[in-house]
Design a protein around this ligand. Structure first.
Ligand code: ATP
Ligand code: MG
Length: 406
C-alpha cells in the first residue's frame, strides 16, 4: 500500500531520509507516527529507523546529539527540527524481564520490525510513501485489533511492559485485543511486578487520559493486571467505581485522573501511595489537594478560605469530577469567590514580618506569626483592606486586645 499524501511532518523530514540513503544506507519512518498517519490521526514525534550504525549516522549529519547511543539512537538537528534516528536492532534474551541484556544492531529492517510490540506499531514507511507491512498490521488496523507481533507469550515474557502498553493502546485507539494476545497478557501479568514502576506509571497515566480509558481499564481489570501494580492489589471493586463516571467523560489532567482513582480506592495516604509509584512530590501534592477539595465539597460549598487555600485549576478540576459524577456543581460561585479575593497568596500582603518588627517593635516568634495570620485571614475574609494604613489600624486594635487578654 502507498500513502496517497505524506503528512507534512513526514514531508519535512524527507531530506533526512534522503541524506542517509545517499550515504549508502536504508532509512524509514517507523513506529506510532506511521500508524497514526494511516489512520489519519494527528502525528507526534516522527521516528526514523536506519541501517546505519550510530557512528555512521553521526558522520552523515553536521549537528547531532547522543541521546541514547547504547540503544542506537542519535538525535539529528536539521532545519530547526529534531529527529531521533535509531539503528535497526534486535533485542535478544531479556534477563531481568525489563531491559534487553544486549542490543544488537543489525542491517535488516525486517529484524527491527520483528522486535516491535504490536502489528499496528510495526509499519515502516519509505521515502516514496510505500507502507512496509510484514505482519498484516494493515488488516489489523482495518479490523481495529491489537495483535502482538509473533508469538504473543514470548513477546510479553521478553518485556512485560508491553502488557500495559497493550491496554494503553486500547485506550487511545479504542481497538480490541486479539484473543491470543489478550490471553498472553493475562498469563504474563505477574511479570509486571518486575517492571520499573516509573515505566508502568507512564503507561497507566496515558491510559487514564485517553479517550477510550474505560476500555483500557476494563482490560487491566479483566486480565488481573492490577493485582501486580503498586497498592492496587484486590482493588477490583474500587476500580470499577470509575465506570460510574458519566459515559463520555474523559479526564482533563493526570492529577484529576489519579485523584479520581484515589477517591474510589478511598485511599487516605496519598503521599505514601505516590511514593510507591515514585512520582514527583509536586504531582503527589497536587493530587492530594484535589482529593482534599473533593472531600470538602462533599460536605459543603466552598468558602472564601477554602478557595484561597487552593489553586484555581485544582478547584475547578474537582468540580469537573463532581459533574462527571452527576453531582451539583458551583463553577461560577467558585470563580466569583476566587476573583473576589484581595490576595491569592500571603506574599501579596503589603506588609511582612520584617516590616512589622521594625515599625511595631514586635519580636520574632510565635506571636509574630499569629499577628501575620490574623492579618492574612482578615484580608481573605474581606474584613481588611490590603493597604498599609488599614493594616496599621487593624494592628493597633489587635495589639490592644492582645494586651487586654494578657
Ligand atoms: P504514541 O503515539 O503514544 O507515541 P507509539 O506507538 O509511538 O505511541 P512509543 O512508546 O512512542 O509508541 O514507541 C515507538 C515505537 O517503538 C512503537 O510504535 C513500537 O514499534 C516500538 N516500541 C516501543 N516500546 C516498545 C516495547 N516495550 N516493546 C516493543 N516495541 C516497542
Ligand atoms: Mg511515539
Amino acid at each position: 500500500m502507498r500513502l496517497k499524501k505524506l503528512p507534512s511532518e513526514f514531508q519535512e523530514a524527507l531530506p533526512i531520509l534522503e541524506k542517509i540513503r545517499r550515504a549508502g544506507y536504508e532509512a524509514y519512518f517507523v513506529g506510532g507516527s506511521v500508524r497514526d498517519a494511516i489512520l489519519g490521526r494527528p502525528i507526534h514525534d516522527v521516528d526514523i529507523a536506519s541501517s546505519s550504525y550510530p557512528e555512521e549516522t553521526k558522520a552523515i549529519f553536521e549537528r547531532t546529539i547522543d541521546v541514547g547511543i547504547e540503544h542506537g539512537t542519535v538525535l539529528v538537528l536539521e532545519n530547526h527540527q529534531e529527529y531521533e534516528i535509531t539503528t535497526f536492532r534486535t533485542e535478544d534474551v531479556y534477563v531481568d524481564f525489563r531491559r534487553p541484556s544486549a542490543v544488537n544492531f543489525v542491517r535488516s529492517l525486517e529484524e527491527d520490525l520483528k522486535r516491535r510490540d504490536f502489528t499496528v506499531n510495526s509499519f515502516a514507511l519509505s521515502e516514496e510513501g510505500e507502507i512496509i507491512d510484514l505482519f498484516n498490521g494493515l488488516e489489523d488496523l482495518e479490523n481495529r485489533v491489537l495483535r502482538a507481533v509473533g508469538v504473543a507469550t514470548e513477546r510479553f515474557n521478553e518485556d512485560a511492559l508491553r502488557i500495559m502498553r497493550g491496554f494503553r493502546f486500547q485506550a487511545s485507539l479504542g481497538f480490541d485485543l486479539e484473543e491470543e494476545t489478550f490471553k498472553a497478557m493475562a498469563d504474563c501479568a505477574p511479570l509486571l511486578e518486575k517492571i520499573s514502576v516509573e515505566r508502568i506509571f507512564i503507561e497507566l497515566d496515558k491510559l487514564l487520559l485517553a479517550p477510550y480509558w474505560r476500555k483500557g481499564l476494563e482490560g487491566v481489570i479483566a486480565s488481573q493486571s492490577y493485582q501486580y501494580l503498586p497498592l492496587l492489589q484486590n482493588s477490583q471493586l474500587s476500580l470499577e467505581k470509575l465506570f460510574q463516571l458519566s459515559m463520555d467523560y474523559t479526564f482533563t489532567s493526570s492529577e484529576q485522573a489519579w485523584a479520581a482513582l484515589l477517591l474510589t480506592l478511598d485511599e487516605n495516604k496519598v503521599s505514601a501511595f505516590f511514593k510507591k509509584w515514585k512520582t514527583s512530590r509536586d504531582f503527589a501534592k497536587k493530587v492530594e489537594q484535589l482529593v482534599e477539595i473533593y472531600r470538602l465539597r462533599e460536605k459543603a460549598s466552598l468558602n472564601r478560605r477554602d478557595v484561597y487555600r487552593y489553586d484555581r485549576n485544582l478547584l475547578l478540576s474537582a468540580e469537573e469530577l463532581r459533574q462527571a459524577h452527576g453531582l451539583p456543581v458551583d463553577f461560577q460561585v467558585i470563580e466569583e469567590l476566587y476573583d473576589s479575593l484581595a490576595i491569592h497568596d500571603k506574599h501579596e500582603i503589603v506588609v511582612n514580618g520584617g516590616m512589622l518588627m521594625k515599625e511595631y517593635n514586635l519580636k520574632p516568634g510565635p506571636s509574630l506569626g499569629q499577628v501575620l495570620s490574623a492579618i492574612e485571614w482578615a484580608i481573605v475574609d474581606g474584613e481588611l483592606e490590603n493597604d498599609k494604613k488599614a493594616i496599621g489600624n487593624f494592628l493597633s486594635h489587635y495589639l490592644e486586645e492582645m494586651k487586654g487578654e494578657a
